[in-house]
Every structure is written in structure tokens, then in C-alpha cells.
Design a protein around this ligand. Structure first.
Ligand code: FPP
Length: 250
């Protein structure tokens, strides 16, 4: 009897409160390499499975009612990985972009990219543009793919752009504010992430959304990204809903 009551409570406590959803979730899709290694597969197999999980989780997030999902696909530091892994990742991302119609399906999903274009091939840049254009009027969920993204790199670019405007006489030094800098970040069109999820057991930000995560809540878990499911996403959201966000107040 007690066991049954306990079970009921667990089920009840795992229900999402749809009136208190995080508007913007960031995900560091980590653990692909370890997932593959455990199975005796090449690291690229982990990334391929990770791309499939990304499709499922994007769909689930849209379905739950999340408005913005930002995923870390390739960082400015990931170029230092072995050449064959970088090539495999770029190939996978290219294939994902080619396949965007199937991936989006009936979803009202907008896809955008944040990050630097430096170092990306013309072919990838063209595909990114095609997908952004084709989905620009979709409204339910925005999937932001952080590709060749680094938080420090983003801040440096924003500062450069503001400094150029000051130098050109378009702005005064006294115009520089948090709001103005936010408007010069790649993420200028969306709210800061309420919630950042990092699977695979690592507990660090790894240069992801540095400026924007000032007041983000974090959720870590030992699950590797290729094993991450909708149930894990729901569990994470329920945990988020138990937090008391104070933004520096009391
Ligand atoms: C980190 O895991 C993951 C990456 C650097 C790549 C993430 C990319 C994908 C999930 C798929 C491709 C993306 C798109 C948009 C199609 P890791 O390789 O560092 O794992 P490890 O820490 O276990 O070695």
C-alpha cells in the first residue's frame, strides 16, 4: 500500500507544469564519443546517433511548448580535434541541413545558426542560409544551432562591433550598456536561456552562451547525449520548475 502511494507521488511529481515552462533551453550535447567507445564504435558513430537524438529532442521540446532551443553542435575549440573527426562532424551537419525538410516535417520550426562563419566551407554556409531562409516564418519553436560557436569569441565580436560604431561616431561611449551589448550578440533575437542542460556527467559551461547564462539554471546528468530521451528532458524541466529563481534578489 505504502509502495503504491509512493509510486503515485513519484508519477505526480514528474508532471510538467505547462504554465511555468522555461522559454529558452540550451543543451550541451555531450558524451557522443564515450557512448561510441563503450560500444566499440568510432567516435563519428556517436555523433551520428547524437544527430538523431537531436531530431527527437527538438520535436519533443516543440511539443512541450519550449519556444527556443539552443544546441551546441561545434565549438570554436572543436577544430583542434583530429582531422577525421572534424570532417565527419562537418559531413554530418551538411547531411542534416540537406535533410531539413524531413527533419522539420510538419513542425512549425524555425532554424537559425549562431557562431562564426570563419573556417566553415562555402558549401555549409550556403546550406545554413537555405535552411534559415526556408524556415524564417515558422513560429512555434526556434532551434538555434551553435556552429563554430564560442562564448568568448561572441563577446569579442560584439565588443569590436560596438567599438567600430563608437569610432565611426554612430555611438557614444556612454551609450554602452548591457542591453546594447546583448543586441550585438549572435543571440540578439531571443531571450537569455532560462535553463541549460548538460548530459554526460561533465559539470562545466565549456564556452557555451557565456554572456547569456548569467542567471540560467543548470541541470547535469550522467546520461550520454545519444541515450538522452524525451523522458530525460521532461525530468529536467520538472526539476527546473522546482527552482527558486531570484536573479540576485531575495
Ligand atoms: C560533444 O561530445 C559533442 C560534439 C562536439 C558534437 C555534437 C554534435 C552532434 C550531437 C551532432 C551533429 C549536430 C547537428 C546539428 C547535426 P564529445 O564528442 O565531446 O563526447 P565525449 O566527451 O564523450 O568524447
Amino acid at each position: 500500500m505504502f509502495g503504491l502511494l509512493k509510486k503515485k507521488k513519484q508519477l505526480a511529481s514528474s508532471a510538467i507544469d505547462y504554465n511555468n515552462l522555461p522559454e529558452h533551453i540550451g543543451i550541451i550535447m555531450d558524451g557522443n564519443g564515450r557512448w561510441a567507445k563503450k560500444r566499440g564504435l568510432p567516435r563519428s558513430a556517436g555523433h551520428s546517433m547524437g544527430a538523431r537524438v537531436l531530431e527527437q529532442i527538438t520535436r519533443a521540446a516543440g511539443n512541450i511548448g519550449i519556444k527556443y532551443l539552443t544546441v551546441y553542435a561545434f565549438s570554436t575549440e572543436n577544430w583542434s580535434r583530429p582531422d577525421d573527426e572534424v570532417k565527419a562532424l562537418m559531413k554530418l551537419i551538411g547531411e542534416y541541413l540537406d535533410d531539413y525538410r524531413r527533419i522539420i516535417g510538419d513542425e512549425d520550426m524555425r532554424v537559425r545558426f549562431i557562431g562564426s562563419k570563419n573556417g566553415l566551407t562555402d558549401d555549409i554556409i550556403r546550406k545554413m542560409h537555405v535552411v534559415e531562409e526556408a524556415t524564417k516564418d515558422n513560429k512555434s519553436i526556434t532551434l538555434n544551432i551553435a556552429l563554430n560557436y564560442g562564448g568568448r569569441d561572441e563577446i569579442v565580436n560584439a565588443v569590436r562591433s560596438v567599438a567600430q560604431k563608437v569610432s565611426d561616431g554612430e555611438l557614444n561611449v556612454s551609450d554602452i550598456s548591457e542591453k546594447l551589448l546583448s543586441e550585438h550578440m549572435y543571440t540578439h533575437y531571443m531571450p537569455d536561456p532560462d535553463f541549460i542542460i548538460r548530459p554526460s556527467g561533465e559539470q562545466r559551461l565549456s564556452n557555451f552562451l557565456l554572456w547569456q547564462s548569467a542567471y540560467s539554471e543548470f541541470w547535469y546528468s550522467n546520461i550520454n547525449w545519444p541515450d538522452f530521451t524525451r523522458a530525460d528532458l521532461e525530468r529536467a524541466i520538472v526539476d527546473y520548475q522546482s527552482r527558486n529563481r531570484r536573479f540576485g534578489g531575495v
